[in-house]
Design a binder for this molecule. Structure first.
Ligand SMILES: Cc1cc2nc3c(=O)[nH]c(=O)nc-3n(C[C@H](O)[C@H](O)[C@H](O)COP(=O)(O)O)c2cc1C
Length: 189
């Protein structure tokens, strides 16, 4: 398989984020030939407002993120669930890039992971994400799904390393499936 360049986007902005820990664990769990790169930050995006877009244009960081998405063979989201849905910051980032010409998620393979201290691992945010990805014509990997519940028990408190072997195994399976999914959608890969 040719080298796959996959962009990873974390939906949490906090320093001690479990989802950022998941994002950092991904390279060690990826199949041969898959390179994972964290996406440029969306912290400087203003709140989406069409008046900004129509007066001063798209803010530079929006184009930077969109270019990174366009240039990737696939995108993986590691995101918490906020109030059963997509965290506002992440949704704002998706909303901004979605208004660009040559919309970056169109035709893009996408995989989803979520982590939560709660028992369900943020399962509901993944269905919210899938819905937005449908509108954007992305292709979300159906299975295996990865929901990391009771997250506090699965990471090393000091290092933030993902120590739960069962979870590591699930993620490995998902990343292998994602590589195959990308190859199916873009057979030259
Ligand atoms: C505004 C807000 C809403 C939340 N809503 C949910 C929720 O619907 N489901 C859930 O499992 N956890 C919820 N939580 C708890 C988060 O899962 C928890 O804070 C988690 O650690 C956030 O992810 P992070 O560790 O990557 O920052 C919520 C937290 C916040 C701040």
């Amino acid at each position: 398989m040719a080298n796959l360049n996959v962009l990873t986007i974390c939906g949490s902005l906090r320093k001690g984020s479990y989802n950022a820990m998941v994002q950092r664990a991904l390279p060690s769990l990826a199949p041969d030939g898959m390179t994972l790169t964290p996406a440029p930050a969306f912290t400087e995006f203003p709140l989406y407002n069409a008046d900004i877009q129509n007066s001063t244009g798209f803010p530079a960081p929006v184009n930077t993120l969109a270019d990174a998405i366009r240039g990737a063979d696939g995108v993986i989201f590691c995101t918490p669930e906020y109030n059963f849905g997509i965290p506002g910051g992440l949704k704002n980032a998706i909303d901004w890039v979605s208004r660009l010409p040559n919309q970056p998620f169109a035709g893009k393979p996408v995989a989803l992971l979520s982590a939560s201290p709660g028992p369900l691992g943020g399962g509901r945010v993944q269905y919210d994400m899938r819905r937005s990805m449908v509108f954007l014509d992305a292709f979300s990997l159906n299975k295996p799904e990865v929901f990391i519940g009771n997250a506090a028990s699965k990471f090393d408190e000091k290092t933030g390393e993902l120590k739960d072997e069962t979870t590591r195994g699930f993620i490995k399976q998902q990343l292998a499936a994602f590589a195959a999914f990308i190859a199916k959608l873009a057979p030259k890969k």
